[in-house]
Ligand binder design. Structure first.
Ligand code: PBG
Length: 349
């Protein structure tokens, strides 16, 4: 220690002597650094534990590719063909990841998104293939229309507006066709009012009362979906999604959205995106007992990848910090493009 600091230090020590402050009521009796001294001790008192059991890995299945096609804005993520899935599924299973979330990119799009509920649609084929390859891997399907419609909106469009009630019937049909193909869980992401109830009723009527619904309950109209729309070829051809997805400044409204989904029969709820909405996640955790998922979306992933590629951040450290923060905020499940990397890092420790 430099000599000129010594008088300062000894004065600080004598002013905070044990006699001056009652023991046990704060410094110097209380020293929170005691439990931070060694890695082993830190490990013992850690409040949040990340586990591979929490991860859900999104997969893009495209009818338009025969070889895996890397997505430019999402390094390490690919559009897969149904036949090219084998090794990818094997590596997901080997890493211990319990579930995948499927998105389909059809060859043909039309006004009503009819490939979304076609029994031989791209997602339906992918579900059957994955269940044959790995029967215990949980297959969750994204139930929405934006990847399937020529206009890129999440429902039926009349006079430039997405029609809520007309969309419900088609969404229910889409969810049913996923269940018929073997999906374990269906996850509506369209943000139409009443969709959870409509899907629940249709599934029940057709013998799928055992198929859970993971509702994208609080899904915001977010700039963080940019890279996904490239990956899923689902950008709206006119306008935006602000008339159905939530307005980012609203948190109380998110709780109302979740409450309605729970009332309509959701088995699990979701907040999306994750990082700019950790407060919403925490409030959802406090108010609801259902399993709560967070979607660590494409833009969040792309920012980490871009900065890491530039050597500006430590990818592993930041990824684990981000995933831990999502769990700490209250998520039980984390949908993340980092799932494979994180699973392998967790298994190293
Ligand atoms: C809609 C859907 C979107 C995402 C998941 N489901 C995009 C959107 O609403 O525009 C975004 C996921 C991501 O950004 O990673 N089917």
């Amino acid at each position: 220690m430099p000599g000129d600091l010594m008088p300062l230090v000894s004065r600080a020590v004598s002013e905070s002597s044990p006699l001056a402050i009652a023991r046990g009521e704060g410094f110097p009796g209380r020293r929170l650094r005691r439990l931070r001294r060694t890695e082993t001790m830190r490990r013992m008192v850690r409040e949040t534990r990340l586990s591979v059991d929490q991860f859900i890995y999104p997969l893009f299945i495209a009818e338009t590719v025969s070889q895996p096609q890397e997505i430019a804005s999402m390094p390490g993520q690919y559009q897969w063909s149904v036949n090219g899935l084998e090794r990818e599924i094997e590596s997901i299973v080997t890493l211990g990841i319990p579930a995948v979330l499927l998105f389909g990119i059809p060859a043909e799009k039309d006004e009503l998104g009819s490939q979304a509920y076609h029994p031989e649609g791209i997602v339906q084929q992918a579900i059957r293939k994955i269940k044959a390859l790995a029967p215990n891997l949980v297959v969750i399907t994204d139930v929405c229309f934006c990847e399937y419609t020529s206009h890129g909106h999440c429902g039926v469009v009349v006079n430039g507006e997405v029609q809520n009630d007309a969309t419900l019937r088609l969404l229910a049909q889409e969810a049913l066709s996923h269940a018929e193909a073997g999906a374990d869980i269906v996850a509506p992401s369209d943000m139409m009012d009443g969709r959870v109830g409509a899907i629940r009723a249709t599934l029940d009527e057709h013998g799928f009362s055992q198929t859970p619904i993971l509702a994208y309950s609080a899904k915001y109209a977010s700039g963080f979906y940019g890279p996904f729309r490239e990956a899923a070829e689902s950008a709206p051809q006119f306008g935006d999604r602000r008339a159905y997805q939530m307005d980012p400044p609203n948190a109380r409204e998110a709780l109302r959205e979740i409450a309605l989904d729970v009332q309509e029969g959701a088995d699990m709820i979701m907040v999306k995106p994750a990082l700019a909405y950790l407060d919403v996640l925490t409030r959802a955790r406090e108010e609801f007992d259902l399993p709560l998922a967070a979607y660590n979306v494409s833009g969040e992933y792309a920012m980490v990848k871009a900065a890491a590629r530039n050597g500006w951040i430590d990818e592993r450290r930041i990824t684990m910090e981000i995933l831990t923060s999502i769990a700490r905020a209250g998520a039980d499940l984390i949908i993340t493009y980092h799932a494979k990397d994180a699973a392998s890092w967790l298994s190293e420790r």
